[in-house]
Design a protein around this ligand. Structure first.
Ligand SMILES: [Zn+2]
Length: 378
C-alpha cells in the first residue's frame, strides 16, 4: 500500500467522493432524459422540463402533453396553469397557449376553457378574451349550434330582460333581430331574385325592385286576369289549384305581385284608417312586403271571404299538402311575435318543395328557417 501523508489522503477521498457523486447524478440525469424521450418529448422540451422541475411530475404520471410542450417551447409556460395544459388537447395555432393563459387569468375554469377552445375559432376566442371579464354561463351559449360571438352583448342583454328564456331561444331570437323593435334596424336585401329571399320588418327590398318573369295566373285559379307572379310560382300554384279542383275544392288568388307604389298606397290607406301601430300588425311598409317579390299569393275559396279562409276545407287541405307544391303558410297562428304579423291563413309564400317540407317537419316559420340556415355553425 502506498503510504500517503494524512492531508493527501483527505484530498483523494474528497475527489473520489465528488467523482462518484457526479457519475451517479449524471447517470440519473440521462435516465430521466431517456424516459422523457420515450414519452415523446423533443430534446428542446426535455431541457425545459428539467429546468422547470417538471420531470418527476411528468414521469410519475406518465404524461405526454403536446400543449405543455408548446407552452414550454413558445415561452408561455405558467406553472399555475400546469393542470390546464395537461388537461387540454393541443390546437395548432401560434397563440393557442397564450389564449389558454388569458382565459384562465380572466377567471374561466378548465372545463369552460375546454368548451371555448373546442367550439370557437381563433378570432372568436379573441372576442371572448377582449371582453376582459368572465361572462356567466358562457358555455351554455357557446354550445348552441347557432351561436354568433358578434352578438355576445346582445345575447346577454336579452337574457337579462328575459331570464326565463332558455339559452337556445335567446340565441334564436337575437339572430332574428327580435331583441330590437320591428323596423329598428333595416338591411337592404342583396339577393331579391333568390327564391329563398327573406323579406320582413328587418329586411327591405330595393324600392325599384321588380321581379323578372312576371306572368299572369290562369283565370281558373285567380279572381281576375290581373294576378301576376313569377313563372315558377305560377306553375306550382296552378298545379296545386287543379289538383284541388280534382277533389272538389277551389282556391283562387285574390292578390299576388304588388309593386312598391301600390304597397305604399295600401299601407298609407290602412295607417289613415287604423293608425300606424295597428296597421303594422297586418300590413307591410312599402319595400317590406313579400308581395313585391312575386313569390306571395293571397288566396280564398269560392264561398267565404279571405279573412275566414281558415274555416274552409281548402285551408285544412293546404295546411298538410301545400308543401308538396313548394308553398308555406307564411304567417301562422301563435308565431306573431316572430313574423311580426297577425295570423294570415290566406297568405301563401313559395319557397320550393324541399324547403317547404323541411319547414313543415320542423314547425318553423320562414324567419326561423332562414336564420338557422344563416347562422348554423359547422
Ligand atoms: Zn298577403
Amino acid at each position: 500500500m502506498i503510504k500517503l501523508k494524512k492531508y493527501k489522503y483527505y484530498i483523494l477521498m474528497a475527489v473520489l467522493c465528488f467523482l462518484s457523486f457526479f457519475i451517479v447524478f449524471k447517470l440519473n440525469y440521462s435516465e430521466t432524459e431517456k424516459e422523457l424521450k420515450n414519452l415523446n418529448y423533443t430534446s428542446k422540451a426535455i431541457k425545459l422540463i428539467i429546468e422547470n422541475n417538471l420531470a418527476n411530475y411528468i414521469l410519475n404520471n406518465n404524461i405526454y402533453s403536446e400543449t405543455l410542450e408548446a407552452a414550454l417551447i413558445k415561452g408561455y409556460y405558467n406553472k399555475k396553469n400546469l393542470d390546464l395544459y395537461v388537461d387540454l388537447e393541443y390546437k395548432d395555432y401560434d397563440k393557442y397557449v397564450y389564449h389558454l393563459n388569458e382565459l384562465k387569468k380572466i377567471g374561466y375554469k378548465n372545463d369552460e376553457i375546454n368548451i371555448i377552445i373546442n367550439h370557437l375559432n381563433e378570432e372568436e376566442i379573441e372576442i371572448i378574451i377582449n371582453k376582459q371579464e368572465k361572462l356567466n354561463n358562457l358555455s351554455y351559449f357557446i354550445i348552441d349550434p347557432y351561436f354568433n360571438p358578434d352578438y355576445l352583448k346582445r345575447y346577454y342583454s336579452y337574457k337579462n330582460k328575459y331570464n326565463n328564456y332558455e339559452f337556445g331561444k335567446i340565441i334564436s331570437h337575437v339572430n332574428m333581430n327580435l331583441d330590437l323593435n320591428f323596423y329598428e334596424v333595416i338591411d337592404i336585401i342583396e339577393n331579391p331574385n333568390d327564391i329563398l329571399v327573406l323579406v320582413n320588418k328587418y329586411n327591405q327590398l330595393p324600392n325599384d325592385y321588380i321581379p323578372e318573369n312576371l306572368v299572369n295566373i290562369n283565370i281558373k285559379c285567380a279572381i281576375n286576369h290581373h294576378m301576376f307572379t313569377i313563372k315558377e310560382v305560377k306553375e306550382a300554384f296552378e298545379e296545386m289549384c287543379m289538383d284541388l279542383k280534382s277533389i272538389g275544392l277551389n282556391i283562387k288568388v285574390l292578390s299576388a305581385y304588388r309593386n312598391y307604389d301600390s304597397q305604399m298606397k295600401l299601407y298609407t290607406r290602412y295607417v289613415e284608417r287604423d293608425g300606424e301601430e295597428a296597421a303594422n300588425t297586418y300590413s307591410a311598409k312599402p319595400g317590406h312586403s313579400e308581395h313585391q317579390t312575386g313569390l306571395a299569393l293571397d288566396v280564398k275559396n269560392n264561398t267565404l271571404s279571405f279573412t275566414e279562409f281558415d274555416k274552409t276545407l281548402e285551408y285544412t287541405w293546404l295546411k298538410s299538402n301545400a308543401h308538396q307544391y313548394g308553398f308555406i303558410i307564411r304567417y301562422p297562428k301563435n308565431k306573431e311575435h316572430i313574423t311580426g304579423y297577425k295570423y294570415e291563413p290566406w297568405h301563401l309564400r313559395y319557397v320550393g318543395i324541399e324547403t317547404a317540407t323541411e319547414m313543415l317537419e320542423q314547425d318553423l316559420t320562414f324567419d326561423e328557417y332562414y336564420s338557422k340556415k344563416k347562422y348554423r355553425r359547422n
